[in-house]
Design a protein around this ligand. Structure first.
Ligand code: AP5
Ligand code: MG
Length: 193
């Protein structure tokens, strides 16, 4: 298994760069945000729970999120060659759980692609996207909450993965293609592929 975590603040380009990573490495993509939004759109029980957290810019509780992810890994044969994890992990607890889940499969997180973008640019991008996205969390009030949650609960993972030796800092500003070139070069240097 070859596993990549794509990491960064809301609006840093995780989804955008995942598209490039999927076609380049042929890996299975799991965006926890998309899984939750799909459940909201289908009106499932999970969707009803998720909606209250997402529209308030808060994280879904760890236990629930970890069990959703474990379920996807267990029931997706296409994930056996490796996964691009987009939006997971987002807390130290989730990172520990991911480490265990992968270890059970004789695998690990091979690289963490950290898209680093300053806050003004993040807000600009999300406000712009909010004009068309229909996402309940793409409005200024919720964007500010999401960024606060990112700083307090998710950003500590940067140090966590630095210590693990897997964090690859990438400047996430510029053209989508240019950023992807930097990502490919960093992964090649770290993992040889
Ligand atoms: P999630 O869906 O993961 O959202 P997010 O992390 O807030 O990030 P976004 O999807 O908004 O941004 P992105 O980094 O993917 O950037 P994108 O490529 O779209 O999570 C949503 C919510 O679900 C969370 O708040 C939480 O409630 C819940 N959730 C999800 N996972 C969870 C977990 N593990 N635990 C608990 N709760 C969880 O780009 C953004 C915009 O910028 C786009 O318009 C794009 O076109 C544009 N753009 C991209 N690259 C560039 C560039 N280089 N230059 C200019 N514009 C660019
Ligand atoms: Mg996204």
């Amino acid at each position: 298994m070859f596993n990549i975590v794509i990491f960064g603040a809301p609006g840093s380009g995780k989804g955008t760069q995942s598209e490039n990573l999927i076609s380049h490495y042929g890996l299975f993509h799991i965006s926890t945000g998309e899984v939750l939004r799909d459940n909201i759109a289908r009106g499932t029980e999970l969707g009803k729970i998720a909606d209250t957290y997402i529209s308030d810019g808060k994280l879904i509780p760890d236990d629930l999120m970890i069990s959703i992810l474990a379920d996807i890994l267990d029931n997706t044969p296409e994930a056996k060659n490796g996964v691009i994890f987009d939006g997971f992990p987002r807390t130290i607890n989730q990172a520990g759980a991911l480490k265990e889940m992968l270890a059970e499969r004789g695998a690990r997180v091979d690289a963490v692609v950290g898209l680093e973008v300053d806050e003004d640019e993040l807000i600009d991008r999300l406000i712009k996207r909010g004009k068309e996205s229909g996402r309940s969390d793409d409005n200024l009030e919720t964007i500010k909450k999401r960024l606060k949650v990112y700083h307090s609960q998710t950003q500590p993972l940067r140090d966590y993965y630095m210590k693990e030796g897997t964090y690859l800092p990438i400047k996430g500003v510029g053209t989508v293609e240019g950023i992807f070139e930097s990502i490919k070069a960093a992964i090649k240097e770290k993992c040889g592929k």
